[in-house]
Design a protein around this ligand. Structure first.
Ligand SMILES: [Mg+2]
Length: 278
């Protein structure tokens, strides 16, 4: 029988000064807690070990994700949630050197940052924009996708940001299509017209979101190498942590199996493997 994360933690607690947990497949399955997860998080809370949740889900606010966890018996505060849309302010502050606010066509929700970024939601005004930001959410796809397609046919060099890189999200009934999966339709049509459009992603395994993670760790006085990133997916949780210098732990309660590791290079290899959290 494989070890649990609790056993690993009990053996060398000094090695793990904080934890970073993926949500779906790691602590929750749909809206139910994964057995062993709430108990382990209660122990961390009792031991005063700080922990955060890192999710690519940007369709919900931090408050909504914290409420979803808490309802399932995993007590969480909004300030423990880090999501793939969190790098937006730093990204736009970095790229905007003009002193004039950039104007982006927005799908979903995002905060305006005065002087840096303003959002346009009217598809009829998309041609006046500096780029497209797809952050998740429901929209009239026949209007919005057509507008985005025409925008990149006219301005193929302008930035196309889709914060969450996931194509599909597993749910009990099968899958749902994430924002990046929805945008495949635009990419396919552009390709047919000779435009190979690259998207910019912020979520796991892309490194922008790990900048936000490191800010949170610094706030609680913990270095990245003293943290353990726990997740169920090699391609996202494990690779992202490895590339950012955070030790990683694959938990076998979700998408990836031990036999999958051999299919990839060493950036996908977890530092630890556990069967469950406790
Ligand atoms: Mg997961």
């Amino acid at each position: 029988m494989k070890t649990t994360l609790l056993e690993l933690y009990r053996k060398t607690p000094e090695k793990f000064r904080s934890f970073l947990f993926d949500v779906d497949g790691t602590v929750l399955l749909a809206n139910s807690p994964i057995p062993g997860a709430p108990e382990f998080l209660d122990i961390l809370r009792k031991d005063n070990v700080p922990f955060f949740f890192l999710t690519n889900n940007c369709a919900q606010t931090h408050e909504e994700i914290a409420q979803r966890l808490t309802k399932a018996g995993i007590y969480a505060e909004a300030d423990q949630i880090i999501s793939s849309c969190d790098p937006i302010p730093a990204y736009f502050k970095e790229i905007n050197k003009t002193g004039k606010a950039l104007r982006y066509f927005l799908v979903g929700r995002a905060q305006n940052i005065p002087g840096v970024i303003e959002y346009e939601k009217d598809p009829e005004k998309i041609m006046e924009c500096d780029g497209v930001l797809h952050n998740a959410g429901k929209y009239d796809w026949s209007v919005v996708i057509t507008a985005i397609l025409n925008f990149f046919l006219k301005y193929p060099e302008k930035p196309f940001i889709v914060t969450n890189p996931d194509m599909l999200n597993p749910v009990e009934a099968g899958v749902t299509i994430c924002s990046n999966g929805q945008m495949e339709l635009v990419i396919a049509h552009l390709k047919k017209r000779g435009i190979d459009k690259e998207r910019i992603h912020f979520g796991k395994p892309f490194q922008a979101v790990y900048g936000v993670v490191k800010d949170h760790l610094a706030e609680v006085g913990v270095r990245p190498e003293e943290t353990l990133a726990v997740g169920d997916w090699l391609n996202s949780d494990i690779r992202g942590a490895n590339l950012s210098g955070i030790p990683s732990c694959l938990v076998l309660t979700g998408l990836s199996k031990v036999s999958d590791i051999a299919n990839f290079d060493s950036t996908y290899t977890p530092t630890y493997i556990v069967s469950t959290l406790s």
